[in-house]
Design a protein around this ligand. Sequence first.
Ligand code: ZN
Length: 62
Amino acid sequence: MTENIKTVACPTCSAAVEWRIENAFRPFCSQRCKLIDLGAWGNEDYRVPTEDGLGEDQAHAL
Ligand SMILES: [Zn+2]
């Protein structure tokens, strides 16, 4: 009956997030929300993964 899963609110979108080990993005609901919170969207260090494959920036990061 008792579930030991703690639920937190995503700091970015306030969605309910289960605090599980498997959730690598906790306390965020997703990687996207985590990145938004970190301000990575406005930072050229990060590229949206839905872009057309690996660009030169990706290779440069290696
Ligand atoms: Zn979220």
